[in-house]
Design a protein around this ligand. Structure first.
Ligand code: ME8
Length: 514
């Protein structure tokens, strides 16, 4: 039985259309999910939308519609975005789903049974934009101008609410972090969270009575759950909580991939809720950085929010995916622009890997009638190239496993460059006349190398890499197929012929910088 691997993205607020930051998170999670499938893991991948809370209520009111109608419309855009970007999710969850309400009531009941919920009066600062409570000491500014640590407005709120005994979990949380150094990554976020928890935890207000758009609190009329209680529970809903069953094998989750602004919810509140309900905490939380439009923070007021589908339309889905994972150091903020994407995609995908595959395969189609090259006369350099590729492949896999996605892609492009040096040095187009035996050996070596490079890059550029593998007639596409000659021998024996290939990676026009 393959080992389970459960990965989730944050679930997005559908109070507007998806932006490029949402696309980035989905793409990164998708690449990891695809990589783990290739590595032989039994993968479950969940994404979706977080549809309750005051922010949805207020946005719907402003637009003259109901929260449910707003959620239906906008969640549809998030779902469509995931499909358009080739996100290989197993479930797109919506927090209005019936099973999710059941799971949320169940975890609530478990926390109540543990004695961790009590009714009291809440007075304090709330940011609707962040759907978060803050301590006075965390705020900046004065009077009506007070801002949360995320820079969003806060308002003074007074309400009778249920409280969760978060304070009780200070030490258990610190113990959890100490015992699991990888629980929060990257390191800088781990330090932030530890400092926050070491500073002492106040109990958390976990219900609201001023609106009713949410999961109803069991046995407490007029109360709906604080949106984060139900939002975090989506991770359990998706694997069958509270009934158990077949999908329950995926808990605890291996990785919650989220943005840096919501690390506290995932690394403090969530494991505390789970410990209270006697459920194992997730194995790790990774807080990725923010995407900046030409170095600027994106916001509706600045008008520089980028629609991911328009951008994907302009540059292609795979160029966008490749750029985001290669050029943004995973875990840190990173800047993007259409020019930077085009320049990167041209350099790495079109001119390096695409050109390598295109010139090799079209040469075989044209000069060998598409039959795969014979063994020919092997030389030391052929083996050396394949050994070098195997070295890069091992590095790629280790980096990817460690979530160093940019460094993994650096290893991959290093292997591509190695192949391009080899093809230039061996010059099969000259060997065709002077030494056909050598030409066969060189082309055969290149086909094997291209095959492995395409398999490695499949999680990042799934549609394009699959086209290259289709051209090669290669069916096995997981890591077990790397570094082997048997697929090649079997394919050759089957009489497979390479059709004249059409280029897989287009050369993009680089727009003038605005
Ligand atoms: O926070 N760059 O939803 P959300 C990169 N519903 N990532 C970004 C980003 C940017 N510019 N802007 C936002 C929520 N994100 C909650 C989550 S999970 C149980 C509930 C990321 O729609 C953000 O960090 O505001 C988060 O991980 C995700 O997009 C959804 O953000």
């Amino acid at each position: 039985m393959a080992e389970p691997f459960y990965i989730t993205t944050a679930i997005s607020y559908p109070n507007g259309r998806p932006h490029i930051g949402h696309a980035y998170e989905a793409i990164a999670a998708d690449a990891i999910a695809r990589f783990q499938r290739q590595a032989g893991r039994d993968v479950r991948f969940q994404t979706g939308t977080d549809e309750h809370g005051l922010k949805m209520v207020q946005t719907a009111r402003d637009r003259g519609t109901s929260p449910r109608a707003l959620a239906d419309e906008m969640s549809g855009h998030f779902h469509a975005m995931a499909d358009a970007l080739d996100i290989s999710y197993d479930r797109f969850i919506r927090t209005v789903d019936e099973d999710h309400h059941r799971a949320s009531r169940a975890i609530w009941q478990a926390m109540a049974d543990a004695g961790d919920l009590y009714l009291d009066r809440y007075e304090g600062w709330y940011s609707v934009r962040d759907e978060a409570f803050y301590d006075e000491k965390e705020l900046t500014g004065e009077g009506d101008q007070r801002l949360s640590p995320q820079g969003t407005p806060v308002e003074w709120t007074t309400e009778e609410t249920w409280f969760f005994r978060l304070s009780k979990y200070q030490q258990p949380l610190l113990d959890l972090y100490a015992a699991n150094p990888d629980f929060i990554r990257p390191e800088s976020r781990r330090n932030e969270v530890m400092r926050f928890v070491e500073g002492g935890l106040s109990d958390l207000s976990v219900s609201r009575t001023s609106f009713d758009w949410g999961v109803k609190v069991p046995g407490s009329d007029g109360h709906v759950m604080y949106v984060w209680v139900d939002a975090l529970t989506n991770y359990l809903t998706g694997v069958g909580y509270p009934d158990g069953g077949d999908l329950w094998r995926f808990w605890p989750a291996d990785l919650h991939l989220i943005g840096k602004d919501i690390v506290r919810f995932h690394a403090v509140y969530w494991p505390a809720f789970l410990m209270s309900a006697n459920i194992a905490p997730p194995k790790s939380v990774f807080g990725h950085g923010f995407l900046l439009n030409r170095g600027e923070k994106m916001s509706k007021s600045t008008g520089n929010v980028v629609d991911p589908l328009e951008l994907a339309e302009a540059v292609g889905v795979d160029a966008l995916r490749y750029f985001l994972l290669r050029d943004v150091s995973f875990g840190q903020d990173g800047s993007f622009s259409q020019e930077a994407i085009a320049v990167r995609a041209n350099a790495d995908l079109a001119n390096s890997f695409g050109n390598l595959a295109q010139r090799t395969l079209s040469f075989i189609a044209k000069n060998l009638g598409g039959t795969l090259p014979d063994g020919g006369r092997a030389e030391e350099g052929d083996r050396q190239l394949l050994d070098a590729i195997a070295g890069f492949a091992a590095e790629f896999r280790a980096r990817f496993e460690a979530l160093e996605l940019g460094l993994a892609l650096e290893a991959w492009i290093g292997a591509v460059f190695e192949c391009n040096r080899y093809i230039d040095a061996q010059a099969p187009w000259t060997l065709r006349k002077t030494d056909p035996e050598r030409m066969h050996a060189v082309l055969g070596t290149l086909v094997r190398a291209i095959h492995d490079l395409a398999i490695l890059i499949l999680p990042v550029v799934p549609a394009s890499a699959a086209k290259v593998l289709d051209q090669l007639g290669a069916e096995a596409r997981d890591h077990a197929a790397l570094g082997r000659g048997d697929w090649y021998d079997a394919l050759k024996a089957s009489g497979f012929t390479l059709a004249s290939p059409t280029p897989v990676f287009p050369r993009l026009e680089v727009p003038e910088a605005a």
